[in-house]
Design a protein around this ligand. Sequence first.
Ligand code: BG6
Length: 497
Amino acid sequence: MVKSYFPEGFLWGGAIAANQAEGAWNVDGKGISVADVAKYKPNISVEDYKSQWHVGLKDIEEALKSDDTIYYPKRRGIDFYHHYKEDLALFGEMGYKTLRVSIAWTRIFPNGNEETPNQAGLDFYRSMFEEMRKNNIEPLVTLSHYEMPLYLVNEYDGWVSREVVDMFVKYTKVVFEEYKDLVKYWLTFNEIDSIFRHPFTTAGIVEEKYNSKKEAEEAIYQAFHHQFVAAAHAKKLLLEIIPGAQIGCMLTKTLTYPETCNPEDILLAQKENRDNQFSSDVQVFGEYPRHVLNHWEENNFNIAMEDGDLELLKKYTVDFLSFSYYMSMVASINADQREKVGGNLTTGVKNPYLPTSEWGWQVDPVGFRVALIDLYDRYRIPLFVVENGIGARDVVEEDGSIVDDYRIEYFQKHFEQMNLAIKEGVELMGYTPWGCIDIVSASTSQMTKRYGFIYVDSDDLGNGTFKRTPKKSFYWYKKVIETNGADLENTVLETTK
Ligand code: BG6
């Protein structure tokens, strides 16, 4: 046993997203989202992260002609849409206090621009949130997790268009009103900073529509501005509709170290970290950092803003900062001469002190503590870790068990560091590891890149029974929750089937 610094009422749980779990892509009136046109990409090198995410005009055209669910795996997910009761019961059995899910915008407004919402979609989430409550699980709901309506991409250029803000605000108002008795914790845009890394998935931007890289970059900043404004509107609406509820922004924390103590390396790492935190700076402090405004000016970017936008951003900042943490990066002025590693975030210089996962992500538990402390010191508002975990290939033993000691070891090390960060004074609301049940990967759409405590019998092509089986880590995490983070070494693992 370790001394646990986790506060009483700490929200232990798990996290998934609609587009990677639900499946049922065309059921009960759901519209097509950007996720439904993302293809299975198992063979792209881990360093070629851009291609993992890329979707172009031809891809969209081809996808729209097809009903296939084999090579568009997010269309089938793990069929959470029809299994949610069983899955929530398993999460309840583990003692989850919270579960992070997202609402698929396309279940509520199939194209995004309808006059009235789709009742079947509203009913589905109502039933899901009620079921969570039955299992004593507090819903933590992301309004937009890589699943905007494709219609808004094709007809409006995604988040580059101002009209999309209005449509999102309408959708937000509908779901706040509908679920005001059921949901108290909300997140706006998943990994909002990822518009830089995969503009299509996050903001519906098809880069080839722009004449140059510079034009595309300007469009990216325009989309950022629109998402910031939409997020501020969401906070305003929340105060009006669900007093006492809380809303957070969501950042991909890409902690970057300098390769050496050469001041030039340090400057470079500092720049990477500042750039990474630009979106949370806006959403926590309510204003654009000067370095971003300077960058726009130097590049003659003309970011359209309406009267009142800046005041809105200033007034309606977030209640807490949520973030994902998977790995750390290294910045080097000699990057071109260094070995590279991959990840779903970006590619960077290899850190010789860290192991990497099969997908090239550098596993860095101590960096987790650094990230927690850095973020808290910078923002001084409560933090919420809403993604963390390791993608690995699991093996089902002859007796049906899944002995995922590597996953337990990963979490053990991260929990130790999280505990120490709290000891250092970090105010942490909760922790929801990613893909707490196996789901389809966001970047490569693989099923075999598994993150879960619960195994789902489905391979990359969707073959299998979709039966759910607790892994060894299921029992381990259950014990961690039961002891509020004190029993990390537990070997309560006799029941693994
Ligand atoms: C995060 C996303 O970036 O990483 C999730 O918010 C995603 O949607 C997770 O699933 C892990 O990435 P991947 O590509 O391994 O699924």
